[in-house]
Write a protein that binds this ligand. Structure first.
Ligand code: HEM
Length: 430
């Protein structure tokens, strides 16, 4: 594992506040409580593009800060995956359009503060009877490349909030897909928050803070959550990490800007939608104790790759392109017809690609005493049908299905980044 490096001057690609600690900002934040601060717009944003940079490559820089505001997509999609992620969905508990606006404005302002490594108000107010605005557990911690990425579920665009005409054209509930065993308590949600950081406490603090704001405003309550660790996908410049099955995950993922434009970001519609993307989230449980009893040659067959090197079974190194037409001496395909990569590869799906940005998770031990763990699968695409097409195929034929179950699911539209001085999806309320 690479070690954290000492603080240094923020680079031009980062927020100018990258080097400012939460502690340093505490006094400034003491000037007003959270909601009061939001009313004045927090004056925190700058007109810079949402930064795709987190810690670069595999080097973790805990002092690195990513900007919330920008004129392209929200951070946390193209951003190379940080090491930890807390994902949470919320139910709207208000039917007031104005209260929904206030919630999005407050969440935006708070997220901008949190991503800078600042508190969202007083931790220890001077009045003995006062309640703190910020819960305090991230004080003294660096920004750790925190990204807070906020998504809007289908209900936001129902008649209730007068936003039906603003609905992103492809936003809808996902179709029923093969091999899913969805638990209603791990499914759906009107809003999503994906908080990723190189420090787990920073990520948790962000989600906790937004949950607290939702409750305080009477606008949103928590629905389901997954705490992810050990990124299970690779971004530009990163080496490929491993999932809990011990395989390198993210070898052939989207990294090129051209692919981001072609497959991930919508690229049309009003400004607040143009750099948006559809976020699909699946909680996928793994039967890891069964997996661990399988011989490694069979595990390799299941994925179509070698466990240790990550090379396709038709190659020798990880970066080799799989040869799906190659056969062995007996004429059988080297990469099995039911292998995960054969079914998912763009070569076998009319060129279709998605961005995978998943994390490992564990829920400890289940009621039967088995290890309870899996993959927090998060994908971004310009059309939810991209995910459905792949999952329909994988769900019906993937050799991996013996070892996994999709138990949770959600779909959200992640609007463009908020420009400085505005809040997320503000254009939808115009
Ligand atoms: C627990 C569930 C899953 C596990 C453990 C898993 C694991 C892997 C691994 C080890 C690879 C090979 C390395 C790589 O190229 O990243 C891979 C590739 C891939 N997976 Fe999954 N995956 C899972 C679920 C899914 C789902 C639900 C989808 C989409 C619906 C998906 C789509 C893909 C795609 C598109 C590739 C790249 C295939 C290629 O181009 O070679 N995976 N996955």
């Amino acid at each position: 594992m690479s070690a954290a490096v000492p603080p240094r001057e923020p680079s031009s690609q980062e927020s100018p506040d990258a080097g400012v600690s939460r502690r340093g900002l505490l006094l400034g934040a003491a000037a007003g409580g959270l909601v009061a601060g939001v009313a004045t717009g927090f004056a925190g944003g700058r007109a810079v593009a949402a930064q795709p940079t987190a810690s670069s490559g595999d080097v973790v820089r805990l002092d690195n800060a990513v900007s919330f505001y920008g004129d392209a997509e929200q951070a946390g999609i193209r951003t190379p995956p940080q090491r930890h992620c807390v994902f949470m969905t919320f139910d709207l508990t208000t039917s007031s359009r104005t209260e929904l606006q206030t919630l999005l404005a407050t969440w935006s302002a708070a997220s901008a503060q949190l991503m800078r490594g600042a508190t969202i108000g007083q931790v220890e107010p001077s009045q003995p009877s006062a309640i703190g605005d910020d819960t305090g557990e991230a004080v003294d911690l660096d920004p750790a490349s925190l990204t807070v990425t906020i998504g809007l579920g289908p209900r936001v665009f129902g008649d209730e909030y007068g936003l039906a005409a603003q609905k992103p054209p492809l936003l809808r509930e996902l179709s029923q897909l093969p091999s899913e065993a969805l638990d209603p308590s791990l499914t759906g949600g009107d809003l999503s928050v994906q908080a990723c950081a190189d420090d787990p406490q920073v990520a948790y603090h962000a989600v906790r803070s937004l949950a607290r704001i939702g409750k305080k405003l009477g606008a949103a309550s928590t629905r389901w959550t997954v705490t992810g660790f050990g990124r299970a996908s690779a971004g530009k410049g990163q080496s490929t990490p491993r999932n809990l099955m011990g395989f390198k995950d993210g070898t052939r993922n989207i990294v090129d800007d051209a692919d981001f434009s072609q497959f991930v970001f919508t690229g049309d519609g009003p400004d607040w939608q143009r750099d948006g993307s559809y976020q699909v989230v699946r909680k996928i449980q793994m039967r890891i104790e069964n997996w661990d009893t399988d011989r490694v040659s069979d595990q390799n067959r299941v994925f179509g790759r070698h466990k240790l090197s990550g090379a396709p079974l038709t190659g020798t190194v990880e970066s080799d392109t799989p040869d799906f037409s190659k056969t062995d001496a007996s004429g059988a395909p080297v990469i099995d017809p039911t292998a995960h990569i054969r079914l998912a590869a763009h070569e076998n799906n009319n060129g279709l690609k998605i961005l995978r940005r998943g994390y490992n998770y564990t829920d400890g031990i289940n009621q039967y005493g088995f290890l309870d763990a899996g993959l927090l699968f998060i994908s971004y695409q310009k059309d939810p049908a991209q995910f459905e097409t792949l999952q329909r195929r994988l769900g019906s034929s993937d050799a991996l299905n013996e070892y996994i179950s999709h138990i949770g699911s959600g779909i959200f539209f992640v609007p463009s980044a908020a420009r400085s001085g505005t809040y997320l999806a503000q254009g939808a309320f115009a």
